[in-house]
Design a protein around this ligand. Structure first.
Ligand SMILES: Nc1ncnc2c1ncn2[C@@H]1O[C@H](COP(=O)(O)OP(=O)(O)OP(=O)(O)O)[C@@H](O)[C@H]1O
Length: 197
């Protein structure tokens, strides 16, 4: 079983990576799913209370609260699927929570693209920037994410993808990573210290 987490600044391509996973039959757990579930558990409508509950969860249960609550969702898929993708980790604290839970079965993929390219892509996607604000909206989101500790998480990634080429090149790279993980699963590496024959 492999748990692959993605980390990356807004507009870097995490959503596209999740789309590729779904197309490949790999289930995707998002932090948003966790928050929606928590809203329902508290009898609240996720459409109205999403932001408030995300904040409350961290305040009540610490910075790894959302990662911790995603573990049972991942465990559910673990029974039926070799690989699960976790979309959009936010901080090194969350990375450590997954490493603790899944050990070597967890790997982190950092998806990276320069500011201007992300800005263009988000503006083509038609949300987030609103009126032409010279990228200030995105700059503020970047700073907020980096403030949660995303930079440190990105530095600890096992795989780094520069998403600066075409969308098809990026999608192909994601497919390779998903398939690699599955192949590694079926052919375990020899034990450390044991000579390979
Ligand atoms: N290599 C690429 N070439 C062209 N467009 C791309 C490429 N990679 C991603 N995109 C597009 O850029 C936009 C942003 O990508 P995506 O939504 O995957 O980012 P994200 O990391 O999920 O962002 P957010 O955190 O804001 O949700 C999307 O419309 C996506 O289709």
């Amino acid at each position: 079983m492999r748990v692959i987490g993605t980390v990356g600044l807004p507009g870097s391509g995490k959503g596209e990576a999740a789309n590729v996973a779904r197309e490949e039959g790999v289930p995707v757990v998002t932090m948003g799913d966790v928050i929606r579930r928590e809203c329902r558990d508290r009898g609240l409508d996720p459409a109205e209370h999403h932001g408030e509950i995300a904040k409350a969860l961290r305040e009540e249960n610490g910075p790894d609260a959302i990662a911790a609550r995603s573990l049972p969702l991942i465990e559910e898929y673990r029974r039926t699927n070799e690989t699960v993708l976790v979309d959009g980790l936010r901080s090194q604290v969350e990375v450590e929570r997954f490493e603790e839970a899944f050990g070597d079965e967890f790997s982190l993929v950092s998806i990276e693209a320069p500011f201007e390219l992300r800005r263009e892509r988000i503006s083509d996607r038609g949300r987030d920037l609103g009126e032409d604000d010279g990228g200030e909206g995105l700059r503020a989101r970047d700073e907020r994410e980096l403030g949660f500790g995303m930079g440190e998480a990105m530095e600890h990634a096992d795989v780094r993808i520069e998403n600066t080429d075409t969308l098809e090149t990026f999608r192909k790279r994601i497919r390779e990573i998903l398939r690699e993980e599955t192949e590694n699963e079926s052919e375990p590496a020899p034990e450390k210290g044991e000579p390979s024959r």
